[in-house]
Design a protein around this ligand. Structure first.
Ligand SMILES: Cc1ncc(COP(=O)(O)O)c(C=O)c1O
Length: 385
């Protein structure tokens, strides 16, 4: 038997008739781009996360770029973000000519360290070369960043705050979604994400009506939106009025239709992931591996179940011999990649450096049965590295 790292087939088996019917409906109406399911999904997604507006887009990377574009972030601007993350978080910043400023993470949760964030902002201001504009906090491995502390810093310095919740969409802190603190929450529907589709997809959620309208325009080539043409008499279709330089970043109707069915079971799946995580923590106690710590008051979506070990690579090799897949996220943090090493990293990133060599993610999904999980736990425990 091969143990899947993420079992999308088990999820599909649960909702196959609903998915088939949803796909058939789209094939029947033929509205493949911006069809009715897109708006339906967006309103359901907004309701799920308690946001006023949800705008779907082509992927979680462009979901990050769209608010930066809307705010006019560009050359000479600094955007603070962790280095211990998937490359997309920092990648979108140089797209716009701005500079990512890499900030270290907390030792226990791997999310942005508020004290180091404050110090990095102070250092960039003192240097005077770049103008601080925004912060991108990441909900790494599924758990919320320390939003109350980060939002207070953002407010103090007049910075915008994006929650990159590609891994953590659905997570909460003190019962609230990251949007309770962040100006914008972004997510990815990449298939392996906790809420994934069957291809690429993403979304931006915000309570800010101005920003939502701007993003609605930017995702369709800067098309004219209501506020652009209020009171104007137009000689032609406003669809072909490009008010700003935009991009093409739309969620396919087929993916929206699939996501409607997946969102219907998402809350239940988050609960199931929590049960799996608790069992891992119990089963791995005293194993020599450090099990994850979740921020006080936080509920993780457990995009990854990530342990730490002194001999991470030895453990990974041992698990492989036992038929247990594992993955190291992220062995080479962003600031160590040649193309990003040129950007500021005030104060250095010692925690990021250390964690990159220690973390290992184990199979995690809502349908991990107890017998399979026991095999995984036994495989970790049998490592004597
Ligand atoms: C933290 C983080 N941000 C952004 C992204 C980008 O999402 P996508 O692959 O949909 O572009 C991902 C996932 O791939 C991610 O893990």
């Amino acid at each position: 038997m091969t143990i899947p790292f993420i079992d999308l087939a088990a999820q599909q088996a649960r909702i196959k008739p609903q998915i088939d019917a949803a796909i058939a409906r789209v094939l029947a109406h033929g509205g493949y781009v911006m069809g009715p399911e897109v708006r339906t999904f967006e309103s359901q997604l907004a309701a799920f996360a308690g946001a006023k507006h949800a705008l779907s887009c082509a992927n979680g990377t462009e979901a990050l770029a769209l608010p930066l574009m809307a705010w006019g972030i560009g050359p000479g601007d600094a955007v603070f973000c962790p280095s211990f993350t998937f490359a997309a978080t920092g990648e979108v910043i140089p797209w716009l000519g701005a500079a990512p400023v890499f900030v270290d993470v907390l030792e226990d949760t791997y999310n942005l360290d508020p004290a180091k964030l404050e110090a990095a902002i102070t250092a960039i201001l003192a240097e005077g070369r770049l103008k601080p504009k925004a912060i991108i906090a990441v909900d790494l491995f599924g758990q919320p960043a320390d939003y109350p502390a980060i939002a207070a810093i953002a407010k103090r310095h007049g910075l915008k705050l994006i929650a990159d919740s590609a891994q953590g969409f659905g997570c909460t802190l003190d019962g609230k979604h990251p949007g309770a603190w962040a100006d914008v929450v972004t997510t990815s529907f990449f298939p392996a994400k906790p809420l994934g589709c069957y291809g690429d997809g993403g979304a931006v959620l915000t309570d800010d009506a101005w920003l939502a309208e701007r993003i609605d325009s930017l995702r369709v080539h800067g098309k004219a939106v209501a506020s652009d043409i209020e009171g104007a008499t137009l000689a032609h279709d406003p669809k072909y009025l490009n008010m700003r330089v935009g991009i093409n970043s739309r969620l396919d109707t087929l993916q929206a239709a699939i996501l409607i069915e997946k969102l219907a079971i998402f809350a239940d799946e988050i609960e199931k992931r929590e049960v799996v995580a608790r069992r891992y923590a119990e089963g791995l106690a005293g194993s020599g591996a450090r099990t994850p710590t979740v921020i006080d008051g936080g509920v993780s979506t457990w995009a990854q179940y990530t342990i730490e070990h002194d001999d991470r690579d030895g453990l990974a090799a041992h698990l492989k011999t036992q038929g247990v897949p594992s993955a190291a996220y992220y062995p080479m943090p962003m600031h160590r990649q040649d193309c990003y090493a040129i950007y500021p990293q005030p104060g250095g990133l010692p925690v990021t450096e250390a964690k990159a060599g220690r973390v290992l993610s184990l199979p995690m999904h809502p349908y991990l049965d107890e017998a399979t999980q026991d095999l995984i736990i036994a495989a970790v425990r049998s490592f004597n590295g």
